[in-house]
Design a protein around this ligand. Sequence first.
Ligand code: PLP
Length: 383
Amino acid sequence: EPTYADRVERVSPSATLAISNKASALEADGVDVVDLSVGEPDFDTPQPIKDAAEDAIEAGHTGYTTSNGVPALREAIADKLADDGLDFYDPSDIIVTPGGKQALFEVFQTLVDDGDEVVLLDPAWVSYEAMTKLAGGELTRVDTAAHDFALEPSIPALTEAVSDDTTVLVLNSPGNPHGAVYSDEALKAVRDLALDHDFTVISDEIYSEITYNDVEMTSIGSLSGMADRTITLNGFSKAYAMTGWRLGYFAATEGVVEQAGKVHSHSVSCATNFVQRAGITALEAVDDEIDEMVDAFAERREFLLSAFADHGIDIVEPDGAFYMMVPVADDDQSWCDDAIETAHVATVPGSAFGTPGYARISYANSKDRLAAAVDRLDDADLL
Ligand code: PLP
């Protein structure tokens, strides 16, 4: 046995992995499991993107690219960001990565040193904690569940939590696991805190295209004073149903890009060449397909909200992403264990996100399967 580095000993395996292992074991025994634990669209990648990748392979785009990403893709990303109110990013301010997760990893490695304080708004996506710990940082967690996951009423608690010692605050709107979209007023309050205490905001906007009922998300980087202290991060997995392609990016100041570029080039060299080419097509030629997927998510969201309401369960309506937090027993871990073992419905305990008492369900699944899940949970007396 080698001696393991402290940094890996500090991190636990992903809670979602434990659930999918359980689901796989049941399925191997022939059990039909409704898997609502996965953070993945159930749609196939739109055809124009697949065609573009095939064409790129045929055209010989199979070698390394410039480390930070093919220029045409970075130009297309800069145009997309400009459309979202972030018109100050040049293509040279962007690094293209194999997935949003790698983008986050590189940013954490670049900004967070041993002992540096990283602030999360709970419930927070599981990997922020792991990435903070891998970088040696210390977590400060601010709960938003008491305020239905809204940021505005959580600002007093956030104000208490941040200080001049804060290095980074992570924002994720629309958010996983709660689906909340933060209001402009709340983002302005975060901006004021960032300016007062001189910290950087990592804005994980991976669900930016997936919002409901005409709610629109604002990129905090577009607020005055924030261009230089925001890292805007996104990816293709969710909006374009491209999870397995591994394509994401972040945009930041020249200095951050220079430093993070070292982590990037020494770890992955570049994102896959033909996948980057397909990414250009995604940004430039795929629009209606996104709308169709979002419409389907919206319908399922409505269906589930009313199905749970019929069982007397009041759920905070998510404005974006494709998750909802279902209030369950205090011991959410046992509830989720029962849900998978007796009802054969896979969900993720809220405690994995720092918020016990809930189970996260993903509605990236067909209405029939969602209906089956509710019936099964009801039959097992879990609702
Ligand atoms: N950020 C959030 C909040 C996520 O939920 C995910 C995926 O689950 C990611 C980032 C990373 O996605 P990917 O690496 O597939 O781009």
